[in-house]
Design a binder for this molecule. Structure first.
Ligand code: SF4
Ligand code: SF4
Length: 423
């Protein structure tokens, strides 16, 4: 696969849709806002609509899945993350998936779908990873109309409701479109047309997003999902959709061939192979996401090298062990990244330990645990002899006696996961 360009993206170039396919990697199950038409059922195999997938993958499982699919379908030109939730409700997972795909498939077009609430802080990273296309759903540019669609949005631990929520979301979407365009990323705006709610507003949305520099708009008829506040609103008619697209088309190019794909869609737009690859997807979701050949070592947080007796955040260096024909051998001492750079510290650590299959620590917080796991490094919380931990990793010995017996730390209960270290 060489020299893929926008021309090879079947959603952005209608002429490519019979030749080039896309794959959606379902790694984003959570969402940070609530849309009144959304119903995400991860286990539904029969429905074909956004938000649905038969399973959810972790980043390494997604890479494995992509490798298997592309062996059979070399014409996959785009790997995208389109839910089932929002790609930036959990940016660590999304970015890790993109990073893995970019490393393994340097030519692959990368694409993301988001509601836009939390994309702005990650735009430079997306540009570095050469993400070329972003789809952002913009259903209103007037907070009053927006407040009928979004009951709440969540930012960190704060939940905004009503008008405030809609206004906040719109502000973030505007900033995000501007930022993405500044970085040369193609922006497709999806607008879900909801009769009686925003159908008279589609023209205003087109005007606004065109002014912000968005490249194309995809007006999609709302699917009245059972069990949602909008379930009784009928789907817009083809005639209404044609009129709205025509009106909006005066201001911004329109996409007319969207298939409203599932979050695990795969293949050509007109010939989805999701059913064919369902077993493969399911197998990958059960696979151990650690590649042991590429990860011969085990990292240990230890003061003197004999005992596992340091929390992840307090270790200033890691003892790197290997299993050789002559037994376990200490290979090197590796300096840990400096504290104080937030989540980036744990990502950096994951890169630093990218040849390790596990890290033995006396404790760690939820954030570093997640970052390491998603990078294919198994964090093992234990105390006692390093030897015991190595036996558990390399020989499958029982570790239960040594697990969870956290040793004295000034803070008592382990790292807070705030990336600031334990000191
Ligand atoms: Fe559902 Fe997407 Fe809306 Fe989140 S942003 S609630 S996943 S439709
Ligand atoms: Fe392309 Fe539409 Fe399918 Fe997204 S939902 S992959 S834009 S056809």
């Amino acid at each position: 696969m060489t020299g893929l360009t926008i021309q090879n993206h079947p959603c952005f170039n209608e002429h490519a849709k019979g030749k080039w396919g896309r794959i959606h990697l379902p790694v984003a199950p959570h969402c940070n806002i609530r849309c009144n038409y959304c119903n995400r059922r991860h286990d539904c195999v029969n429905e074909s609509r956004p938000g649905v997938t038969s399973t959810v993958l972790r980043p390494r499982q997604a890479l494995e899945y992509l490798e298997q699919v592309t062996t059979k379908m070399p014409n996959i030109s785009v790997a995208g993350i389109a839910g089932p939730g929002d790609a930036f409700a959990d940016p660590v997972t999304t970015l890790e998936t993109l990073r893995l795909v970019r490393e393994r498939f340097p030519e692959m077009l990368l694409c993301l779908a988001t509601n836009g609430l939390n994309v702005a802080p990650y735009i430079s990273e997306l540009a570095e990873l050469q993400v070329s296309h972003i789809t952002m759903t913009v259903n209103a540019v007037d907070p009053v109309i927006g407040s009928r669609i979004y009951p709440w949005v969540r930012v960190g631990k704060v939940i905004y409701r009503g008008l405030e929520a809609a206004a906040f979301l719109m502000e973030r979407q505007i900033d995000a479109i501007k930022g993405l365009k500044k970085h040369g990323i193609l922006v497709k705006v999806n607008t879900i047309v909801i009769p009686g709610v925003n159908d008279d507003h589609v023209r205003d949305i087109a005007v606004k997003v065109a002014e912000l520099g968005a490249d194309i708009q995809n007006c999609m008829p709302m699917y009245p999902n059972a069990g949602t506040p909008f379930e009784a609103i009928p789907e817009p008619t083809p005639a209404l959709m044609a009129r709205l697209r025509h009106e909006a088309g005066e201001f911004i190019q329109q996409m007319n061939h969207c298939m409203r794909c599932r979050a695990d869609a795969v293949g050509l737009l007109d010939d989805d192979k999701c059913a064919e690859f369902r077993q493969c997807l399911s197998n990958c979701s059960k696979a151990n996401s650690t590649d042991t050949k590429a990860r011969p070592y085990v990292a240990v947080a230890s003061m003197e090298g004999m005992l596992v007796n340091q929390h992840l955040g307090e270790a200033r260096r890691f003892h790197i062990w290997a299993c050789t024909e002559d037994g376990y051998q200490l290979v090197e001492l590796r300096d840990a990244p400096e504290p104080g750079t937030g989540t980036e510290r744990w990502r950096w650590l994951a890169r630093l330990l990218s040849d390790c299959r596990a890290v033995l620590v006396s404790g760690l917080g939820e954030t570093p645990k997640k970052v390491l796991e998603e990078s294919g490094i198994m964090p093992i919380e234990m105390t006692g002899f390093v030897q015991r931990g190595l036996e558990a990793i390399y020989e499958g010995a029982d570790l239960s006696r040594w697990k969870g017996r956290r040793q004295g730390c000034a803070k008592g209960s382990g790292c807070s996961g705030d990336a600031m270290g334990c000191g």
